[in-house]
Design a protein around this ligand. Structure first.
Ligand code: FMN
Length: 351
């Protein structure tokens, strides 16, 4: 593999999504073998102490690289979590040139176009054909599946659990600090940034921007919460956009073992790329799934609502663990501001 091909594969990897645009990936080449590690400095925050969010991002990054390499004629032999005593070492990928592997890889064409869209409302419907295509992409990764709340009762239950989780992110001072620390207010409301969340990517309406910006101060958030701000924010950031979107599905993983979470990230990425090819906009909602796993440590006052999330979510999906909701729909245009990426050289050791 020449330098150009290696750089191309890594570029596809870093186009993957990551929670709060944290980009928690590190790469090292050892000949033609590639090691993917979680970046200790960009992971492990309060919602990521078990690396659930980082493993999802690592899975998405791996899948992008595998798909792109296949379009260049390489297949991947994947060894996940190679050493049990090294929790940050996610995978070693051995690339093999495969003369048989010359079929076009349609998902590769969506890698650079895929993005998060937080705007609404979006048009529908999302046909059963489209749902079947997205289901098939999730199932390409063994054990992974999508659940689509269909009946009004199921949709209501899903909306309720998402709203409760999103509300908690503004009520709990710990979660509030985590959320607002990833927003790069200094770049202003019109430009992108290469790491973290640019305010412009958040789809906050202009009249609400000063209030939203003031909420980064814990004292302001606490005061506004006395007036019910967290509930309004949960309604505005989750309930309303989802209610006004034609599609909602949940990525369900078979267990919370790290290998299954990583595989979940691979499935998430395949679904998202296929949705992009179909012209769909996507916004993930991860708080409900991650908080419901029960390891996120927040203030005792919020333990009650936190512990209710798990049972509510498992009522929804008969078996397995619902991890990431995806809101879907057809937007008329692409968002003006997309999240940036750091330079490739900042991701690690290269030949
Ligand atoms: C595991 C994971 C969880 C995410 N959770 C959320 C979320 O709860 N809400 C949201 O708006 N975006 C969420 N995102 C989207 C990221 O913020 C987004 O991927 C990142 O900012 C990079 O932007 P891009 O997807 O446009 O490349 C999540 C992404 C991943 C991979």
């Amino acid at each position: 593999m020449n330098r150009h091909t290696k750089a191309d594969i890594l570029r596809a990897g870093i186009a993957a999504p990551s929670a709060d645009n944290s980009q928690p990936w590190q790469f090292a080449w050892c000949g033609d073998d590639l090691d993917l590690r979680i970046d200790a400095g960009r992971s492990g925050r309060v919602s990521d102490t078990r690396y659930v969010l980082s493993d999802l991002a690592a899975g998405a990054c791996l899948e992008n690289m595998i798909i792109h390499a296949r379009s260049l004629g390489y297949v991947a032999d994947l060894q996940t979590f190679p050493r049990h005593d090294d929790e940050l070492w996610v995978a070693r990928v051995r690339w093999r040139r495969d003369p048989e592997c010359d079929q076009p890889e349609p998902l590769a064409g969506a890698i650079e176009q895929r993005h998060t869209d937080r705007r609404f409302p979006w048009a529908g419907p999302i046909t059963t054909d489209t749902q079947t295509r997205l289901n098939a992409q999730a199932r390409q990764i063994p054990g992974q599946r999508l659940y689509w709340p269909q009946t009004p009762r199921e949709r209501k239950a899903a909306l309720s659990v998402i709203r409760q989780a999103e509300t908690l992110r503004f009520r709990s001072p710990t979660l509030h600090a985590e959320l607002f620390s990833s927003i790069r207010f200094p770049v202003g409301w019109h430009t992108a940034c290469e790491e973290g969340l640019a305010p412009a990517a958040l789809a906050v309406e202009p009249p609400l921007r000063p209030a939203f910006q003031a909420m980064r101060h814990p004292a302001v958030m606490t005061m506004l919460n006395r007036l019910g701000a967290a509930s309004v924010l949960g309604w505005r950031s989750a309930w309303l956009p989802i209610r006004l979107s034609p599609g909602l599905c949940l990525l369900v993983i078979p267990s919370t073992a790290r290998s299954d979470v990583l595989a979940g990230g691979r499935a998430l990425q395949r679904v998202w790329l296929a949705a992009t090819l179909d012209g769909l906009s996507v916004q993930p909602y991860a708080a409900a799934g991650v908080l419901s796993l029960g390891f996120v440590s927040i203030e005792p006052a919020f333990q009650g609502p936190l512990t209710r999330l798990g049972p509510a979510l498992s009522d929804l999906c008969a078996s397995g663990h619902g991890l990431v909701f995806l809101r879907l729909g057809y937007a008329r245009s692409v968002p003006r501001c997309r999240s940036g990426r750091r330079t490739l050289a900042s991701f690690g050791v290269f030949p």
